[in-house]
Ligand binder design. Structure first.
Ligand code: NAD
Length: 413
């Protein structure tokens, strides 16, 4: 199987051929501009020292500082982090944000670590990458198994080293420390906005539309709640261990409350237990993979029965699966568009931090909706005009923009 980076490069190559990308720019964009591997020695609660491997990769900084999340997961590696950084370049370019793409991660098992261990690991990781980050340089944010608390530790560590408080070094912080209202829900909210737009185009009425969501985290949980509020019937929801379904529709607010209070799927009434494989094959109108990359692959794409797939996660559909879905006539709203709400409100957070002036939540949600809908329309129309899938359309618009920046800036020296 190709690695995630090989897939990301293959995707770029395909777009390069389509838009006749300059060969020099193409070669530059196939690689990351900077990559740092760090070792992160951490004292564990049993007083032993564990040494984790961490990464920070900056793919392209033609438009300004780079931006991208930090992931804690046992599978994190340089290949994956580089691919995710590349994806961030396209995402920021597509949304017209003044950022390039970056990503970071630590290879660890966060679910088996205490808060104290996570704090010490986060602080050491931040110190190790401190040369590469800063409000004008590279701005981390939360990703899988990192959250507002992780960002607060990163901001504090960076600030201690600078001798002053620098809120703009990370986004996705607690609101009290310069975080933005609406950031926590922004990615899921953006997913809901583009789902509504795509549904309208495909004549799927949101009222009563059936939805399955893989992943009940920051992205999947919020998307499930907002689509439930919009009148959809969310019939399936899952996490890493499996999921639940109810053909009449899950009581999403109740399910989420139960999970938040520490309950599990197993002790919920009126639901059937299903596997993640079952969830992806549910006969729904809309499927939202919002967990990890590669969820829909060559081996299971044929079982997908949704009319519309909206990629809440980054890279949830492999290239081979993408072809299968296209042959089956299933529309896919690609990750760089569908989950761009997170980086968009991260951008709003950073702007607010730099100005020390904070906006109302309604204003933030409205600006997010305006931008998501406008970019969705641009991608939809370009795809129709060129008779290509939305992923190729979104990628083409993004890569063209980055290529134009490279052309105008020229090659140094
Ligand atoms: P999260 O940690 O809040 O939630 C991840 C969810 O995925 C959890 O419910 C977890 O149980 C589930 N999961 C983990 N492994 C799984 C597996 N093997 N099978 C099924 N489910 C599994 O993370 P998140 O922030 O919601 O991120 C989810 C995805 O969205 C990632 O691909 C991330 O890169 C992407 N994303 C997140 C943001 C953001 O703002 N948080 C923005 C853009 C993209």
């Amino acid at each position: 199987m190709p690695t995630m980076l090989e897939e990301a490069v293959a995707q770029l190559d395909q777009v390069a051929a389509l838009i006749k990308l300059d060969e020099g720019v193409h070669k530059r964009l196939q690689r990351a501009q900077r990559a740092l591997i760090v070792s992160v020695p951490t004292r564990m609660d049993d007083s032993q020292v564990e040494v984790f491997e961490g990464y920070r990769v900056q793919h392209d900084n033609s438009f300004g500082p780079t931006k991208g999340g930090v992931r804690y997961h046992p599978d994190v590696n340089l290949d994956e982090v580089t691919a995710l950084a590349m994806l961030m370049t396209w995402k920021c370019a597509l949304m017209g944000l003044p950022y390039g793409g970056a990503k970071g991660g630590v290879r660890c098992n966060p679910t088996a670590m205490s808060q104290g261990e996570l704090e010490r690991m986060t602080r050491r990781y931040t110190s190790e990458i401190v040369l590469l980050i800063g409000p004008e340089l590279d701005i981390p944010a939360p990703d899988v198994y990192t959250n507002e608390q992780t960002m607060a530790w990163m901001m504090d560590t960076y600030s201690m080293q600078r001798g002053m408080t620098v809120p703009g070094v990370v986004t996705g912080k607690p609101v009290l420390l310069g975080g933005s209202l609406g950031r926590r829900e922004a990615t899921g909210r953006g997913v809901a906005f583009v789902t509504a737009e795509a549904a309208r185009e495909l004549r799927i009425s949101l009222g009563g539309a059936t939805v399955a969501v893989q992943g009940k985290g920051n992205v999947g949980g919020v998307a499930a709640r907002l689509l439930h509020e919009a009148g959809c019937r969310v019939v399936g929801l899952s996490d890493s261990k499996g999921g639940i379904s109810n053909g009449k529709g899950l009581d999403i607010p109740r399910v989420l409350r139960h999970l938040q209070e520490g309950g599990g799927f197993a002790d919920l009434p009126d639901v059937d237990r299903i596997t993640n494989a079952d969830l992806l094959a549910l006969p729904v109108d809309i499927l939202i993979p919002a967990a990890l990359e590669g969820a829909i692959h060559e081996g299971n794409a044929d079982r997908v029965r949704a009319k519309l797939v909206v990629e809440g996660a980054n890279g949830p559909t492999t290239a081979a699966a993408d072809r299968i879905l296209e042959q089956k006539g299933i529309r896919v709203v690609p990750d760089i568009l569908a989950n761009a709400g997170g980086v968009t409100v991260s951008y709003f957070e950073w702007v607010q931090d730099l100005q020390f002036y904070f906006w109302r939540e309604e204003e933030i949600n409205q600006r997010l909706q305006d931008l998501m809908v406008a970019v969705f329309r641009r991608v939809w129309e370009y795809a129709a005009e060129q008779r290509i899938a939305m992923r190729l359309a979104a990628m083409s618009l993004a890569v063209k923009r980055v290529a134009e920046a490279h052309r105008i800036r020229g090659l140094y020296p």
